[in-house]
Ligand binder design. Sequence first.
Ligand code: NAP
Length: 485
Amino acid sequence: MICIPITARDNDAAGEQISRAAPLCDIIELRLDYISRPDVEGLIRSRPLPVIATCRPGREGGLFVGEEADRLDILRRAAAAGAEYIDVELDSVAELGRAPARRIVSHHDFEQTPDDLGNIYQSLAETGADVVKLATKANSVLDNLRMFELLERSDRPTIGLCMGDDGRISRILAGRFGGLLTFAALDDASASAPGQLTVQTLREMYRYERITPKTDIYGVVANPVAHSMSPAIHNAAFRELDLDAVYLPFRVDDPLAFYAAFRHIVKGYSVTIPHKVTSMQAMDELDPKVNEVGALNTIVVRDGKLVGCNVEWLAAIEALEAGIGEDASYLRGRRVLVIGAGGATRAICVGLREREAIVTIANRTAEKARRLAVDLGAGWLPLADLRSIEADVIINTTSVGMHPNVDACPVDVSLLRKGMVVCDIVYNPLETLLLREAKAHECAVVDGLGMFVRQAANQFRLWTKREPPIELMTDLVMRILKSKA
Ligand code: NAP
């Protein structure tokens, strides 16, 4: 079930929010502590769907100011008016006494997810609660796991959620682990707790109502992760193919501890900055290309084993070939100048070596270019010495030209010749200054979108063994990038 908290500050606005929320959820939480003089009976009697009446005191994160007796009286009035549930805090339950509504007995911790979650649960349950509610702050992705375990062990209807950005996944997966409901904000402005997603995101992107104990879980391991486009892309692909799967953002500090804790519930991961190298240590098996590239970016869980893979090199090379309408033989024997020696460069150079191209690497920090070139059997030179070089293909793998420095170009444009292929893996913006100049010089150009989407597509293929909806994924990334521009 999805519950939308009604957080309006007066009765009329609350009525308006209830009308908007009704078609989007199963139950509403009427936050009577948000309204200074709540029309308790009026709001509850005209409710179009079941109501949880809550009047939260400041000590548990609510807005009610006044005497405790008045607060409990509001809850009694809500129950008498027909509210399906009243939410009462553990320390008030005895004073409230019996009421003609089912009681959600709740406890909130805005600082942490305590170690003794089980004991707190027990205290809540011993009150005779119809529903137990525990909401605690996640300070790490691992805290969610303890909440999931608690939900699975619970012996009565339970709401168990972690608050804060690190607790988001508990809001998405509540139903997966048997939670009675999750809370979702009506819109960006009306969240009632930290980390609450909007109902639109929860329903449309994560398909909350589809998630059951059988749903397969995938996700991206990164830090930070909030900016990642991957959840939008993969969830859209799952939806398109009607797969019972959900893809989540995991903000991970310690990848080794994370994989150990989540390995039994997650079927596959995308891995990105800064965990592409460290994650290798946690794998049971590594695809040979991972050692060549020196990093993984995909994990498949196969028969309980974590298998590390790298699809970045293939995505880059296939995107280049597709971008100019050529096949896998195109790069053989071609002179390719690769600008940069950063994280993405090595994977691309491994792909170029696979295709038997003749590679020269140029980087601002010459020593990094030299080391990479020696390792991969390529040529190299300092970026500053790049005055004249004959190349058939130029690939920019630096961040030069990326937003906000969109007026920067990684090479002198005098290097560009008619008929060259110029690829820029920067995708924000899609048309960098380098690509604009290359077009003006009548070069064939390839932007960074293809590489980005193909990585996601290759991961999707590995996990699901299904053909990914590449066009849909591409359109979505373009739309997201436009909305960010
Ligand atoms: P990175 O590891 O930080 O490497 C950055 C590279 O850029 C280094 O070679 C660095 O040179 C060079 N660089 C930075 N500022 C420079 C400047 N002012 N002048 C000359 N060189 C400069 O970054 P990364 O992760 O490889 O990513 C690089 C770019 O590729 C980013 O824009 C990223 O968004 C994009 N990318 C795209 C895709 C895709 O799928 N399309 C995938 C991965 C990355 P030094 O070694 O001298 O510092």
